[in-house]
Design a protein around this ligand. Structure first.
Ligand code: CMP
Length: 146
C-alpha cells in the first residue's frame, strides 16, 4: 500500500453541530495524520469552482448555497491508502445508506447536508488539495510534495 494524501472537508452542518473535534479524532485514530487544517467560509465562487464537476446536476445550486451557509474545516490528511480509508470512515454519500459507525451515519442530515467531503482518487486529491493549500502550508518534507 502507498502513502497518500486526501482532501477532507467538514461541512457547515457538521461544524454547526459541534462535530469538528469528533470527526478529526475519528480520522486521526484511523491513522490519517493532518498535514494542514484551516477553517474557512467559502464564497459562492469558491464553492462553484470546487464542485464544478457537478454543475449540470439538479442539486448544484442548492449544494453551493449549503456549502457557503457557514464555515467549513478543510484539511489535508496523509496515511496508508488515505483516499480509500477516508472514504470508508465517511460512509456512503447518502447517510441512509452509510454503514453504522461511519461519520455520515453519525453526523449527516441528508444526502446533501452530509457532514463531510473526501477526495475520490489520487488525481482529484491533488487538484482539491491545491485548491485550498499552497505547498508551503502543508507540513512534511518538500520532496514529498512533488
Ligand atoms: P460530496 O462527497 O461533497 O460530493 C458532492 C456532493 O453533492 C455530495 O457530497 C453531497 O453533498 C451532494 N450531493 C450528492 N448527491 C446529491 C443528491 N442526489 N442530492 C443533493 N445533493 C447531493
Amino acid at each position: 500500500m502507498a502513502v497518500e494524501r486526501t482532501l477532507s472537508i467538514i461541512k457547515p452542518d457538521a461544524v454547526e453541530k459541534g462535530a469538528i473535534g469528533s470527526i478529526l479524532a475519528t480520522f486521526e485514530a484511523a491513522g490519517l495524520r493532518p498535514l494542514a487544517i484551516k477553517m474557512v467560509r467559502l464564497t459562492e465562487l469558491q464553492a462553484r469552482g470546487f464542485y464544478a464537476v457537478h454543475k449540470e446536476r439538479p442539486f448544484f445550486a442548492s449544494l453551493v448555497q449549503f456549502m457557503t451557509s457557514g464555515p467549513v474545516v478543510v484539511s489535508v490528511l496523509e496515511g496508508e491508502a488515505a483516499i480509500a480509508r477516508h472514504r470508508e470512515l465517511m460512509g456512503a454519500t447518502d447517510p441512509t445508506k452509510a454503514a453504522p459507525g461511519t461519520v455520515r451515519a453519525q453526523w449527516a442530515t441528508d444526502i446533501e447536508r452530509n457532514a463531510v467531503h473526501g477526495s475520490d482518487a489520487p488525481e482529484t486529491a491533488r487538484v482539491e488539495i491545491s485548491y485550498f493549500f499552497d505547498a508551503t502550508q502543508i507540513q512534511g518534507p518538500v520532496e514529498a510534495l512533488a
